[in-house]
Design a protein around this ligand. Sequence first.
Ligand SMILES: Nc1ncnc2c1ncn2[C@@H]1O[C@H](COP(=O)(O)OP(=O)(O)O)[C@@H](O)[C@H]1O
Ligand SMILES: O=P(O)(O)O[C@H]1O[C@H](CO)[C@@H](O[C@H]2O[C@H](CO)[C@@H](O)[C@H](O)[C@H]2O)[C@H](O)[C@H]1O
Length: 471
Amino acid sequence: MSEAAATRTPVGRPSPLLSSLAPLLRSWLPDRRWFAGKGRPVTGFSLVSAAELLPVAGTGPGGNGPGLLHLLVAVHQEEPGAAVPPGRPADCYQLLLGVCRTLPPQLAPALIGRPATGPLAGRTVYEGLRDPRLTGLVLERLRTPGTHGPLRFARSGGAPAVPGGLTARPLDAEQSNTSLVYGDAYILKVLRRVEPGPHPDLELPLAIARAGCDRVPLPVAWYESADPLPYTLGVLQPYLSGSLDGWRLALEALAAGRPFTDEARALGRVTAEVHSALAAELPTVALGPALTGRLAAGMSGRLDEAALAVPALLPYLPRLRTAFDALAALGRSGTGSGHRAQRVHGDLHLGQTLRSGAYWSVIDFEGEPARPLAERRTPQPPVRDIAGMLRSFDYAARTHRPWNPSWAEGCRAAYCEGYAEVSGHDPRAEPALLRAYETDKAVYEVVYEARHRPDWLPVPMAAIHRLAAPG
Ligand SMILES: Nc1ncnc2c1ncn2[C@@H]1O[C@H](COP(=O)(O)OP(=O)(O)O)[C@@H](O)[C@H]1O
Ligand SMILES: O=P(O)(O)O[C@H]1O[C@H](CO)[C@@H](O[C@H]2O[C@H](CO)[C@@H](O)[C@H](O)[C@H]2O)[C@H](O)[C@H]1O
């Protein structure tokens, strides 16, 4: 890595350590499921913060460690067709790197590489979250509040103490972050792409619990970086062992030819409970013309960006835009004035719901990982989450053969009824709001699928076709 490239970000700084790691990271990072910048060439790295959670000194000649490095690394990338403008913040990733001389054979799949030069020359660097010796150390830190270099470990006052000695296993899930399950009792979500400021995955579950709602596993401990900026980095929550997620349950129902309406109704009720808790604890704002105008403009802008990334959207643009125009008009006409915007889940879908016995919980309050944190923390009409779940019923029906549209219709109706039973408001009473949010979600999904699962692209594209149909 050239030092010039390293100085381009306002938050990062050049470092011999990072220079030594750069050639390894350049090939390893872009292949991670959680790496958000896929498809854009990496032009350099810079160091935001570094801490030795376990000294790497013991991994030198005569010792095998392991050491554990905690790094926040800014990754500089080219934008399609143009260099990143100077000053544009690079994406910052949290890395936990194991360092040893000889990698034990069982950790071979965790290998990142062997730096040729610099302070780590001759050592082996690997994904630390795959090594039970290192994940055990992370749990110990979480059990003991306090600071460690730039890192601060905190525990929730209201939660029972976390027992020690639990062994971690990595969660085998397609996810935007990396989660570890400790002894089937706790789950630690290590946030990967991080931004400064309060993180909704910690902020919202704590607020929901304060409101007396127990639909969300209560964070029991977390850690953050205080220097140079406050980044939330990881959250430990009770693990709902034996639970099944709503996506899997929906697919099972489809495969068995069963309706899913009871479950959908229950999920509607749970969504309304969570919304009510969030509205009770965190600020809400009137859904007036200024806000609807801003929301509609944001949706329209995202549509334009999406069409650049996925040209298959282009023929649908004019019709899709009418949904956003109707949202803006709703604010101007005063029709939406009875509604309020509030903090919401932000990426609600069937995979974010877990059923233990007959009890439903909601997880993953991170919001859409691709959106900036500030945007994800902005109050939104609750219909945003409702639209997310409605899309999810459509997804389930579409991925099943033969396609069963009436199954999805039944779920969608039951979900809205359940929501109305608890909130007193049926989302279908405001079709313009619902259509705008379903359209925005489907556009997001098109980009998500194009980027991560191109085989799935026809699923949201079918929704785009439906939402763009006249009438
Ligand atoms: N408290 C929990 N109990 C049981 N399983 C959980 C819990 N939290 C998360 N999971 C499982 O971990 C997966 C990934 O968690 P999630 O928070 O959605 O991560 P990401 O945002 O990285 O996708 C979920 O789909 C779910 O299967
Ligand atoms: O990783 P997250 O769970 O935070 O969410 C991302 O990945 C989801 C897929 O795993 C994606 O959800 C889309 O696919 C689901 C089926 O796999 C479907 O139920 C959802 O309705 C659909 O949006 C989600 O959009 C993305 O942010």
